[in-house]
Design a protein. Structure first.
Lengths: 338, 659
C-alpha cells in the first residue's frame, strides 16, 4: 500500500469539505450569535457617520428583506450555502453594477502571486538555514552567522512592512511604497510592466520573507536535532557514508516531513498575515479588497472574499496532503498518522 | 541501539513532582527568563504609568497638534513623546493602550488553552470515537485563516471592549493546544514511568497531575506564550484595520490612526513608531519565552547547543590520551579495546560511563558483553564504533582493528574503515532503518560508499545478501514499515555482512522481538558468523541467550569490566560476586523479565567510590575493597576477574600500605 490510496484521498477530501464548511459556517453564524443584528448595526453606524437617518426603521426592514435576513435562520443558512456553491454572491454594494465575484476574481491573482512567491522563498530559505543549524558538522563560522537570520522572527509582518516603507521607500526612495504597479505603465505582457510589477512586489515579499523564515528555521533546527538522535541516522554514520549524503538522505529527507505538515497547518496564519501586509502596502490583492469592502460596508464582497480565501487555503492544504504520501511512504499505510 | 535515548536517560531523569526550586532546574533558562523580564517591564509600564502621568491627555484636543518629542527642537516638556494630529498626548495614549493589548492576548490565550486542555485530554485519554471527532475538527479548524473570519465578524459586530474581542479571538486559540495536549498524552502514556504508575493502580487523575503534567508543563507553557502572541497579533491586526474597539486606546488603533492620517508621508515618526516599538518588544519578549520553553521542553535542543558551546570552548579536536604503541598486539585478536574511558560531560557533572575497559575479541569468536542497563555496555559499543554522542566523549584509550587505532583516525580514514572492517547490527532494528527509503537504497548506499560496482551487480549482491539471511527477494523494494520486526532485524544482519567485515558489533540484536522471532534472528546470526568466520561482540542483558550464543563472556558493572571468561567456566564457576548474582537470576530471565537482579546501581556514576565499584552491593566486602580498586587479573586459565577475594596477598597488601 503505497502512494495514494482511495481511502486516504477520500479521508483528506472529507477533511477538505469539513474545513470549508466550518470556515463558511463560522462566517455565517458568529455575527448572528452576537447581540443585535448586522443590518441594524450597519444602519446605526451609518447614522453615526451621517448624523441622522430618516425612517431608520423602514430602512432596516427593507435592507433585511433585500438580503433575505427576514427569513428564518435555517432558510437563510441553506440559501447562503446555495450561493457559496454557485459562487453567486450578488452585486457589489460599493461598486454597484460590478458583481462581487468579479471584484474578487480581479484581486485573486495579485494575492496568489505575492503569497506563493513569499511562502516558497521563506519556507525554502528557512528550512535550509534550520537544517544547517541543526547539523553537527556545519562549519563553525556558519554556525555563528546563521542565528542572525532569526533577527526579525518575532516581529509581525506588517510592522516590519511599515518600517520598510518608511526607510526604503520614503527616506531612501529606492523602491515604490504602495500598489502593485504604477499608473504610468500599461498592464499587459510587456517588459516594462513586468519590471514595474516586480519592483512593487519587492518590499511586501521581503517583509513577509524576513519575518517568517526564522520560524521555519527554528522548527527545522529542532527537527534536525531529533533526527540526529535517531537510530537510523547513527547507523548511516556507522556505515561510513559521506557527511553530505547523511545530511541530505538521512537528515533533511526525514526532518522535512513534519516541516511540510507544519506548512500545511500554517497556511491559514500566513494568509491572515498577508491581509495586513496588503493593507499596509495598498497592494490590490484579496486582503486589501477585503479591507476596502469592509470600510465601505460592502457586505456581499466581504462574504465573497472571505469564502474565497477559506476555499483557496483549504485547497492548498488539500493539495499538500495529496502530495504527502509520495514523500512519506508511511502515511497511507498506518492510519491516523497525522 | 537507542544511544541517544540511553545517553539522555543517563543524564536526564523524567520530571516527577514539580521540582522548581533547585538551582539546576531547567527553568533557569536564560532566554525564557529574559523574555519574562521583558514582558514584565512592559506590563509595569502600562500598570504604573497612570500613577505618574495624567492619562486624560490621551483624548482629543488635550494639547497642541503634531508636536515632536521633547528631544527635538519644537518639542514641549509637557508632552515628552509629542502629540499627534488631534492634539492627543502620545505618552498618555501609550500608557493606556499597552495593558489593554496585553490583556486581550492573555485572556484569549488562556481561554483557548483551557478549551484545548479539556478537549486534548479527552481525545488523548478516552480515545476512540471522541478522539477521531476532536482531532478532525481541530485539524481542520487550525487551517482556517483566522484573521479573515475575524475581520468579517468584526465588520458586523461592533466590538465595544477588549473582553468581547478576547472572547472572539479565543474561538481561534484552541486547536493548537488541543493538538498538543493530545499528542503529549499519547506519547507520555507510552513512557515507562507512566505505565508503571498505571500498573501500580494509580487513579487516572493522579497520573495526569503527578506523572504527566510536570512533563507537559514546558510544552504547555510554550504553547501558551505562542498563543498569547498570536492573540495579540490578531487583536492588533483588527485594530490596525480599524475594526477593533474604537473608544478604548489600543496600540493597533494608534497605528491605524497614524496610517490613515498619512503619518508616514508627513514625517510624523513619533506617531506611528512608538506603538510599533512597544509591540515589537512585547513580541520579542514572548518569542524569547517560547524558544526558551522549547529548550526546556526538549532536552536534546538544550544538549545540542550546550555540547556545541562546550566543543567550541574545548576546541574541536578530541583530546584523547593515546596509550597506543608499545603494547604488543595479540596475534589472534580481531578487535582490541584498550583502556577505554568514556565520559559524559553533563551540566551536573562528568558521568563516567566507561572506566578503563580492556578486552580483545579473537578471530572468529563471539564475545558477549553483559550487564544491566545503564552499566555502560552500549556506551562501549558506541565508543568502538566511534559514534559516542555528545555530551559524551572518549577521553582516553584505543580501539584497534588490524593494529589500526580507530580513535586516532580522521574523518575520511575512519569512513573507509567503517562497515568494511567494522559493522553493526543495531538493537531491535525498530528505528535503525530509515523509514522513508526502501531497503534497496539503504543497502546500496552502504556498499556504494566503499566499492564501485555497476547497477546490475549491485542488485545481484543485495538479492544475494537477502537470500543469505533467509528473506525473499521482494523485500528489496519494501519500506521498513512494511516489514515485521524480525524481518527488519534480518535486513540489518544482511546489511552488516555486505562488505564481509572483520568485526560485527551486535547491540542487543534480539531485544524487542518476541521469543520465536528471537530464536530465528539468533540462528541467522550464528549461521552468518559460521559461514563468514567473522568476529562478533554481542551486547545483551539476556544471560540465557548469551549462554547459547557466545564463546566468551565479559561482564560489566557501572562502567567497569568485572569478569571476562569462557562461557562455560563463567556459568559453571563464576568468580565475581556480581556475575554470581547475574547467574542466580537466570530463572527469572527465562520468564522474560529484564535483568534487574537487585536495586540497580547504588552509587552515583559522577563520582564513583574509591575501591571496588561493587562494594555497596557485595556480600563479601572487606576493608581493602573500600580502599583500593581491584584490577582485572587472570586468576584461572583464560578467566579474568576484578575482585579482591581471589588475591591471596590482599591482607598483606593492606597492611603494607598501613605500615
Ligand atoms: S572486590 Fe570486594 S567488594 Fe568488590 S566484588 Fe570483590 S569482594 Fe566484593
Amino acid at each position: 500500500m503505497r502512494g495514494l490510496t482511495k481511502e486516504y484521498v477520500l479521508q483528506r477530501f472529507l477533511m477538505y469539505l469539513l474545513t470549508i464548511w466550518l470556515g463558511s459556517t463560522l462566517i455565517f453564524v458568529i455575527p448572528r450569535l452576537a447581540p443585535g443584528d448586522p443590518v441594524s448595526e450597519m444602519v446605526g453606524r451609518l447614522s453615526l457617520d451621517a448624523g441622522y437617518i430618516e425612517n431608520a426603521d423602514k430602512l432596516i426592514e427593507s435592507w433585511k428583506a433585500r438580503f433575505g435576513l427576514d427569513a428564518p435562520i435555517h432558510v437563510q443558512y441553506f440559501r447562503y450555502w446555495g450561493n457559496v456553491f454557485r459562487l453567486n454572491f450578488g452585486y457589489s454594494l460599493s461598486h454597484f453594477p460590478t458583481e462581487a465575484w468579479t471584484m474578487v476574481r480581479d484581486a485573486l491573482p495579485w494575492s496568489l502571486g505575492l503569497l506563493t512567491v513569499a511562502t516558497v522563498l521563506s519556507f525554502s530559505i528557512g528550512v535550509t538555514i534550520g537544517s544547517l543549524m541543526g547539523w553537527r558538522r556545519t562549519p563553525r563560522w556558519l554556525q555563528l552567522i546563521l542565528p542572525s537570520s532569526l533577527t526579525f522572527t518575532a516581529i509581525p509582518y506588517f510592522m516590519f512592512g511599515i518600517m520598510l516603507i518608511y526607510l526604503v521607500a520614503f527616506e531612501l526612495d529606492w523602491l515604490p511604497a504602495t500598489g502593485a504597479y504604477s499608473r504610468r505603465v500599461d498592464p499587459g505582457w510587456n517588459l516594462p510592466f513586468i519590471k514595474n510589477v516586480l519592483t512593487h512586489a519587492i518590499l511586501p515579499v521581503v517583509s513577509i520573507v524576513l519575518t517568517s523564515m526564522g520560524g521555519w528555521a527554528l522548527g527545522m533546527r529542532g527537527l534536525m536535532i531529533s533526527v540526529n538522535n535517531e537510530d537510523y541516522f547513527l547507523l548511516a554514520q556507522v556505515k561510513g557514508l559521506s557527511p553530505t549524503r547523511i545530511f541530505f538522505r538521512y537528515g533533511v529527507r526525514n526532518a522535512i516531513l513534519p516541516a511540510l505538515t507544519a506548512l500545511a497547518l500554517g497556511l491559514g496564519g500566513l494568509i491572515s498575515g498577508s491581509i495586513l501586509v496588503e493593507f499596509i502596502f495598498a497592494y490590490p490583492g484579496t486582503g486589501y479588497t477585503l479591507y476596502q469592502a469592509i470600510i465601505s460596508q460592502d457586505y456581499t464582497v466581504t462574504q465573497a472574499i472571505a469564502n474565497l480565501i477559506i476555499l483557496v487555503t483549504a485547497t492548498s492544504v488539500f493539495l499538500l496532503d495529496l502530495l504527502y504520501p509520495f514523500i512519506d511512504p508511511r502515511i497511507t499505510y498506518k492510519r491516523n498518522m497525522r | 541501539m537507542t544511544v541517544g535515548r540511553q545517553a539522555a536517560d543517563e543524564t536526564t531523569t523524567p520530571a516527577r513532582g514539580w521540582g522548581l526550586n533547585t538551582w539546576d532546574s531547567p527553568w533557569l533558562n536564560f532566554k525564557f527568563l529574559l523574555g519574562v523580564a521583558i514582558v514584565l517591564v512592559i506590563l509595569l509600564f502600562g500598570l504604573l504609568g497612570p500613577l505618574f502621568w495624567d492619562t486624560d491627555l490621551a483624548y482629543t484636543g488635550a494639547g497642541p497638534l503634531n508636536k515632536p518629542p521633547v528631544w527635538e527642537e519644537e518639542g514641549l516638556p509637557e508632552h515628552p513623546l509629542g502629540t499627534e494630529s488631534n492634539g492627543r498626548d502620545m505618552l498618555a495614549q501609550l500608557i493606556l493602550a499597552t495593558p489593554s493589548s496585553l490583556k486581550v492576548g492573555f485572556l484569549a490565550a488562556i481561554i483557548g488553552m483551557g478549551i484545548g486542555m479539556a478537549l486534548g485530554s479527552v481525545a488523548g485519554y478516552v480515545g476512540g470515537w471522541w478522539d477521531h471527532v476532536i482531532r478532525t475538527i481541530s485539524d481542520s479548524a487550525i487551517t482556517i485563516p483566522a484573521l479573515v473570519v475575524l475581520v468579517v465578524i468584526a465588520s458586523y459586530v461592533q466590538m465595544t471592549d477588549t473582553t468581547a474581542m478576547a472572547l472572539i479571538l479565543a474561538a481561534f486559540a484552541w486547536p493548537g493546544p488541543t493538538r498538543l495536549v493530545r499528542s503529549q498524552i499519547l506519547t507520555l502514556r507510552e513512557r515507562s514511568y507512566v505505565r508503571m504508575a498505571h500498573l501500580s493502580g494509580a487513579p487516572a487523575l493522579e497520573i495526569m497531575f503527578v506523572e504527566m503534567l510536570p512533563n507537559m508543563l514546558p510544552w504547555l507553557a510554550a504553547s501558551l506564550t505562542g498563543g498569547i502572541s498570536a492573540a495579540i497579533l490578531g487583536a492588533t491586526g483588527l485594530e490596525v484595520l480599524g475594526l477593533g474597539p474604537t473608544r478604548v486606546p489600543s496600540l493597533g488603533l494608534i497605528i491605524n490612526q497614524a496610517t490613515t492620517n498619512a503619518a508616514l508621508v508627513r514625517g510624523l515618526v513619533w506617531w506611528w513608531l512608538p506603538p510599533i516599538i512597544i509591540l515589537m518588544v512585547i513580541f520579542v519578549g514572548f518569542f524569547l519565552m517560547t524558544i526558551g520553553l522549547d529548550e526546556i521542553a526538549n532536552p536534546r535542543i538544550r544538549q545540542f547547543s550546550s555540547s556545541r558551546r562546550e566543543r567550541i570552548a574545548a576546541g574541536e579536536a578530541p583530546s584523547v590520551e593515546h596509550v597506543d604503541g608499545g603494547v604488543a598486539a595479540r596475534r589472534d585478536a580481531a578487535l582490541e579495546v584498550d583502556d577505554l574511558h568514556v565520559h559524559y560531560f553533563t551540566p551536573r557533572g562528568e558521568v563516567i560511563a566507561a572506566n578503563g575497559v580492556n578486552f580483545n575479541v579473537r578471530r572468529g569468536e563471539i564475545l558477549g558483553l553483559v550487564g544491566e542497563s545503564g552499566c555502560g555496555k552500549t556506551t562501549v559499543a558506541m565508543a568502538i564504533l566511534q559514534v559516542v554522542q555528545p555530551p559524551g566523549r572518549i577521553v582516553q584509550g584505543a580501539v584497534r582493528i588490524e593494529e589500526q587505532d580507530l580513535v586516532s583516525l580522521s574523518g575520511r580514514e575512519l569512513r573507509e574503515v567503517r562497515w568494511r572492517d567494522l559493522a553493526l547490527v543495531p538493537q531491535g532494528a525498530m528505528n535503525s532503518l530509515n523509514p522513508v527509503t526502501p531497503v534497496r537504497e539503504q543497502m546500496a548506499d552502504a556498499i556504494l560508499a566503499h566499492e564501485n560496482i555497476g547497477r546490475a551487480a549491485l542488485e545481484q549482491r543485495i538479492l544475494g545478501l537477502l537470500n543469505d539471511v533467509g528473506l525473499p527477494e521482494r523485500v528489496i523494494d519494501m519500506y521498513p514499515h512494511e516489514l515485521s520486526g524480525g524481518m527488519k532485524q534480518r535486513v540489518c544482519i544482511a546489511m552488516s555482512i555486505a562488505l564481509n567485515p572483520q568485526v560485527i558489533i551486535a547491540d542487543e540484536p534480539t531485544s524487542a522481538l518476541d521469543v520465536v522471532v528471537q530464536r530465528v534472528v539468533a540462528q541467522t546470526l550464528l549461521e552468518v558468523k559460521e559461514r563468514l568466520g567473522v568476529s562478533m561482540v554481542m551486547i545483551g542483558h539476556d544471560m540465557g541467550l548469551q549462554a547459547q550464543l557466545v564463546d566468551r563472556i565479559a561482564v560489566m558493572y557501572a562502567g567497569n569490566l568485572v569478569e571476562v571468561a569462557p562461557v562455560e567456566s563463567a556459568f559453571s564457576e563464576p568468580l565475581h560476586p556480581y556475575t554470581q548474582l547475574l547467574i542466580e537470576s537466570i530463572p527469572s530471565i527465562r520468564e522474560r523479565k529484564p535483568l534487574n537482579v537487585t536495586e540497580g546501581l547504588t552509587h552515583d556514576l559522577r563520582n564513583p567510590p574509591p575501591g571496588c565499584i561493587f562494594q555497596f552491593r557485595c556480600q563479601h566486602v572487606e576493608q581493602i575493597c573500600r580502599e583500593r580498586r581491584p584490577d582485572l587479573v587472570e586468576r584461572e586459565d583464560d578467566h579474568l576477574v576484578a575482585c579482591w577475594l581471589y588475591e591471596p596477598e590482599r591482607h598483606a597488601l593492606i597492611e603494607l600500605e598501613e605500615a
